[in-house]
Design a protein around this ligand. Structure first.
Ligand SMILES: [Zn+2]
Length: 166
């Protein structure tokens, strides 16, 4: 009896440690607890290129099929190019023929959704939760289980190789 008890305890312990070690370095709580980044246009212009400023701060769109991450499929994380917050993971990325990097989901809590009625369309804009940087739009025509297509400007994101996967 005692032996069984001990065995289940060890099993539980192993499972818990495994879960903890699999935990990502970022989490919704961590992202939400980070301070919001508020800068003036002048301050943003000091750290962003003209093109980055146009897209991230003035909601511009890069030309389709021109972005450096459009056909980029390495293991890692895509951070916000304005404030470095982790936004998307490589396993959320899928090949889409729309001409922009496409993801079927975002890291929980990292992206904010804003109604966008510009250009005579009804769309959902996606912005970085910390710096409100414009990322792109999300559509309901995704080909995977989530049904979502996060259509993101390459210029809005910055890829970082996953340090755990060599
Ligand atoms: Zn940001």
């Amino acid at each position: 009896m005692m032996k069984n008890y001990l065995l289940s305890f060890i099993l539980l312990f192993t499972a818990t440690t495994k879960l903890i070690s699999q935990n990502k370095s970022y989490s919704k709580d961590k992202i939400m607890s980070e301070k919001k980044i508020i800068k003036s246009d002048k301050e943003w212009k000091e750290i962003l290129s003209e093109e980055e400023f146009h897209i991230l701060r003035n909601k511009g769109t890069e030309y389709p099929h021109t972005g450096k991450y459009n056909l980029h499929f390495e293991n890692g994380v895509y951070n916000c190019n304005g404030c470095n917050t982790p936004l998307f993971e490589s396993d959320q990325k899928f090949e889409s023929d729309c001409g922009w990097p496409s993801f079927d989901d975002a890291i929980e809590g990292a992206v904010k959704y804003v109604d966008d009625f510009s250009h005579n369309m009804v769309r959902t804009e996606i912005v970085c939760v910390r710096c409100d940087g414009h990322l792109g739009h999300v559509f309901d025509d995704g080909p995977t289980d989530t049904g979502k297509r996060y259509c993101v400007n390459s210029i809005s994101i910055d890829f970082n190789k996953n340090p755990n996967k060599k």
